[in-house]
Structure formats: C-alpha cells, structure tokens
Write a protein that binds this ligand. Sequence first.
Ligand code: ADP
Ligand code: MG
Length: 460
Amino acid sequence: MPIQEFQRIWEQIKYQLQLTLDEDVYNEHFFGISQVFKIVNNSVYLIASNSFIKSKIESFYLNRLNAMLNEYVSEKHLFKIITKDQAAEELARSAAYEINTPEVDLENKYKTGLNNSYTFDNFVVGASNRLAYTSATKVADQPGAVANPLYIFGDVGLGKTHLMQCVGNYVMENDVNKVVLYVKTDQFIEDYAKAAQKKAFDDFSKKYESVDVLLVDDIQFLSGKTQSQLEFFKIFEKLKESNKQIVITSDRKASELFDIMSRLTSRFEWGLSVDINRPNLEHRILILKKKLQAETADPDLIPDEILDYIASIFDNNVRELEGALKRVLFYCTAFDYKFTTSNAEEALKNLVHSKNISNKSIEISNYNTVLDIVSAYYSISSSDLLSKKRQKQYVYPRQVAMYILKDLFDITYKKIGQIFNNRDHSTVIYSIEQIANDIQTDSAKKGDIDKLLIKCGKNV
Ligand code: ADP
Ligand code: MG
C-alpha cells in the first residue's frame, strides 16, 4: 500500500480523534501531527513534536490508534511515534547515504523480512525458554561475537520465530546501518531455484552474503535439497568467516536433522544450541496476560479465572493458546456478552477436544490420590492434611504434599492453595521452598520424598 494511502487513513483517524477527544487533549497531542513520516515493516511512523508528547501518546493512546488503524488495513500495521529530532536526524543520514552510495536502493535496504511486532519486550520468559531468551538477547547485543551460529530448536508454536525475529528487530533498532535479513528456509530454496533458472547467482550470493545478521527459519526444510544445502554452506562459511551473525531455528536438534549433509549440521553445533520447551501453566497465564495487554486498552477486561481456564486447557502450543484468547475476546465483544467462564467455554466449545476434558478429570482424581498417599504415609487423616492445624506432625506432611503436587502436575500455586483450604499462594510458595531446601541439605528426607514421588506416579 503506498504511503499516500496511509496519509489518507491518518487524516480519517485524526478526524475521529477530534470528534471523540476533549478539545485540549486533541490539540495538545494530535493537532500537530499532519504527515505520515514513513512506512517500514508494517510500522507507520508519525512525528510528535517532542519526547514528552511522544511518551504520552505511547502510554495513553497508542492501543486505541492501532485499533483504529487496523480497521482500515487488511494486514496488521502498528503506529510508531518518533520525535521531530529523530526524524530530522534520520533524514540527514539517509540523504548522506544516498549521496555516498547512489546505487543503493533505499527501498531494498528496508526489505528485511522482519515483522516488528516481535520484540523482546513482548516475549514472556519462563523456565521453558529462559536460556534461549538470554542467549538471543546476548547475540542481539553483540552480533557475531558471542554465539555463532545461534541454533534454536523446539516444537511448533513455542516461540522460535518470535525469538529469532526479536534478534533482528533489536539489531535494527540499535543501529540503522546494520543489514538484517530474515528468511524462511523454503523461501531460501525458492530463491535459489529462481537464481539457478536465470543464472543470476551473483545477485543471489550478494543478497545473502552482504548482511550483518542472517536469520534462517525452520532449517529442517533443507532436508533432501542438496543444491540449496551446498549454497547455504557457502553462505554460512562466508558469513562466519567475517563474524557476521547467523541465527537458525529448527524443529529438532542439529544432530537429528534428516537428509542434510553432515558438514552443514556439524557446523550448526559450532556456536550455541538452545531449546524451547512447552511453558508450564503459570507461564502460560503470563503469556495470556501479555497478549491481552497488546489486544486491548483495558488489561483487566478478562478476569483471571478465565485466563486460568484457557491456560489450563491449551497446554502444548502458544499459538493455539493465543488463538483461544482471541476467540474468547471476539466472541464476547461481538455478541456483547460478559466475560464469564461459561461464555468462554461456549466460545471455545469447538476447540476444546473431549480428550482434554477427560484429561482434566483424570488430573483431579490424581490430586486426590496424591493427598491420600501422603496422608497414609505420615499416618494422618486427609482432612488433617488439608486443614489449617499448625502442629508439626501436620505441617511437614502438608508441605510435602504441596511440593509433590507442584512437581507432578501442571498446576499453579494458586490452585494448590485452593486445594488446601484456600490458603494464599505465597504460603504455598514458601512451603514448597522449604521442602526444596530440605532435599538439598538432608539426604534422608530426600530419600523419603523420592519414594513418595514414585508412589504418587512419578516416572523415574
Ligand atoms: P514457532 O516458530 O516456534 O512455531 P512462533 O514464534 O511462531 O512459534 O510462536 C507462535 C505464537 O506464539 C506467536 O504469535 C508468538 O508471538 C507466540 N509466542 C510464543 N512464545 C511466546 C512467548 N514466550 N511470549 C509471548 N508470545 C509467545
Ligand atoms: Mg516458526
């Protein structure tokens, strides 16, 4: 879409703002923004007169502006606010750039393949992805210097593409002169096939070898493509030699890649390999909260119990989890229903497989089994185990039971608190920490708890 089109949309949005906002507010924030500055990677840049106005718009109006914008466009776009000074600086730089290197096509410079809504800020970190996240931030900070290549692997829908794109976006934000290229592996293969057809190998090599950061997504698709593997090998060697950063994602470990030449797979292990696993329940809830923040101006729109409900059902793929949230949002907003668990259930009816439901009931009966086993082991009654009695003979088994529930099940501290007579989640955290400490310092206690864990069904 040409920039003129966005200019027209901005004028429409401005008009709506003028109708809905208080006059002073409108004049202070929006009256002065007349031009769309530029469009890059689905970002629509607007210029605010100073950083104070910029940050006020960002804090209070940006979600609303973005929602308005996306009513006009089919592909998702976001507004970015920069200050007059930043814009002036950029213009000066690009002017200099054009004079110095007249043959460089500025349009092309911005063809990074990146989607700038993937940022480190909106990537939610937890135990399942912490190492991958930390490594990616380090690589983004010092491309080419800390881990090359960075190889990120894991199942589908767990955030590999998101994290990889964060690296690219971060590098670009910090240094406009860095050239970043994101490419899906099948796109790379296609690109090569086209180059081969036209015998335009120079353009092909130049495109991939002239970058500072190359991001190649889903490398497993190179499987069986010998020519493309050879080409990729050359590019890899070139970039690595000149300390240019390479980031690769895959659905499996490099050593388990199938039908890809070993000189390539072994190189994938030269740098750092990190995996991303499935997030646990608490982590999934945090992800939902983050997504909700991005979707709506009111982060409390959906009550926690509904987020808990969604997170407890969609447990193996963040993409599905996100889809479920959007569905509930859409369903309740479109029909003007309240955000209640039963409406959420209704909205998700077709997505929730009967398998999950039966898993849920198995899980609940398993909680009870754990409680029975632990109370029998310490010769106390289940009701004493769950009670608030503070004598030592009850407190310790209770802490052990909490520890085992957390260890065996995908269950939140809050939920454990509810099982134990509605205790606060901080009490639960404290109890579990006590046992975790005991295990580290007291081998007899550790032996005891290991035995109990196995009795309760833990695999060894
Ligand atoms: P993959 O490439 O591993 O298949 P994606 O990166 O495409 O997965 O992630 C699928 C969706 O889940 C994306 O919308 C992404 O933003 C989201 N997502 C995955 N992990 C996280 C996370 N830790 N925090 C926030 N969003 C996440
Ligand atoms: Mg992906």
